[in-house]
Ligand binder design. Structure first.
Ligand code: FAD
Length: 362
């Protein structure tokens, strides 16, 4: 039996792939249903469509343009390959249903507490029950109890993401990104009438969120508040110990540039399923597939962490060049290994920023 803790995108997609291959799979989810409470904007690059068929069951909107603002209010508009906005409750449920259709068994309202390791792992739950399993997968989010219980939690850092759904007229196919020292913000339209508006920051998230929301909206138009922690990718963490595996936020597999997790998690789920089905080395597989991109995103984030307001203002000026806009617009954010070399070749002034990034490694 393969037991998966967590019915988010990582857990559900892994369950689907393993059950499809004929494995016996059970998922334990602490909530009464999948996908709630929502703590996500649900924005993905076009790469989502290469992983799962895009379905109107969960698709909220398609985005084709972005405006990126610098701290002085200047902006650059860039065309994008299709980006998708998904409803996370419906997306997570869609993936869970696919897994159930292939025979995965779901246990809702069951919280994993800890485990005793061994050839047979004994899992303990909040209702004092115990269950044995052959393989345990921690897909239980940023505070992963599986990682803690198996001594795989290690040293982790987090950002705080704060978001609101707001009644606000906007252009339906355009996302706004706001770059600034210590935080960044976004306005993602659902349909031209409602937007998902949020910020991400390492410290003072509340202050940045309040300032941002006051600048772009009025409090009376807020229909829902959401917030959560976002792990910063740590390439040194172990993600497997014998028959225990970690995936998704539980393994810090989040792009440090935009803090998007959905696409890298689904990619890693494909590698985890392959590792278990074909008895291959999981860490080697996922590091080859997504690890390099996550590491580059981290380097870019460390570079941005050293930016002053003036650096951001200068950056937006540089990005205004048609050639740069084309490169950024044509390559998905999930593939920095393709984007960065092209940007450096097209605009050598970016080299000064990459030098800052290298400095931040020491
Ligand atoms: C404000 C905000 C905005 C974001 N926006 C985006 C975005 O636009 N695009 C994007 O790609 N990413 C975004 N992210 C990141 C994204 O939400 C996460 O990377 C993603 O949800 C992680 O998926 P996961 O399946 O690994 O974990 P989760 O989605 O956290 O799922 C874990 C599941 O495990 C369950 N669980 C936890 N502990 C236990 C336990 N002990 N026992 C049983 N069940 C348990 C939870 O209830 C949950 O259902 C955002 C994050 C935040 C906070």
């Amino acid at each position: 039996m393969i037991s998966i803790i967590g019915g988010g995108p990582s857990g559900n997609y892994t369950a689907y792939l393993l059950a499809k291959a004929g494995k016996q799979v059970e998922v334990f989810e602490e909530h009464r249903k999948t996908g709630t409470p929502v703590q996500c904007t649900g924005l993905t690059t076009s790469m989502l469509s290469g992983l799962v068929p895009i379905s109107k069951e969960y698709l909220v909107n398609k985005i084709t343009r972005t405006k990126v603002y610098s701290p002085n209010g200047d902006f650059v508009e860039i065309p994008l390959k299709d980006n998708y906005v998904v409803n996370r409750e419906y997306f997570d449920t869609h993936l869970a249903n696919k897994a159930m259709d292939k025979g995965a068994e779901y246990n809702f309202g069951k919280r994993f507490i800890s485990c005793k390791e061994g050839k047979q792992i004994t899992m303990q739950f909040n209702d004092n029950s115990e269950k044995q399993t052959d393989t345990l997968i921690g897909a239980d989010g940023p505070s992963s109890l599986v990682a803690r219980s198996a001594n795989l939690f290690g040293k982790r850092d987090f950002y705080v993401g704060m978001q609101a759904r707001v009644k606000l007229e906007s252009e339906k196919d355009l996302i706004d990104f706001y770059l600034d020292e210590d935080w960044f913000g976004w306005i993602v339209p659902e349909d031209g009438k409602f937007v998902r508006l949020g910020i991400c920051a390492r410290t003072d998230a509340n202050k940045h969120f309040t300032n941002f929301i006051n600048k772009v909206s009025s409090k009376k138009d807020i229909v829902e508040w959401q917030s959560g922690i976002i792990p910063i990718y740590n390439s040194r963490l172990r993600t497997q110990k014998d028959n225990i595996y970690l995936i998704g936020d539980a393994a810090t597999m989040v792009k440090a540039t935009t803090h998007g997790g959905i696409v890298p998690h689904l990619q890693a789920a494909e590698e985890l399923a392959k590792a278990i089905i074909e008895n291959k080395n999981y860490e080697k597989l996922w590091k080859k597939s997504v690890g390099r991109e996550l590491w580059l995103s981290l380097l870019m984030r460390k570079t941005l962490d050293r930016f002053s307001k003036k650096d951001y203002n200068d950056l937006i000026q540089m990005v205004k060049r048609e050639k740069i806009k084309q490169i950024i617009g044509n390559i998905d954010r999930d593939k920095p290994s393709k984007m960065v070399p092209k940007l450096l070749l097209a605009e050598p002034r970016f080299l000064k920023y990459s030098f800052k990034g290298l400095l931040s490694l020491f």
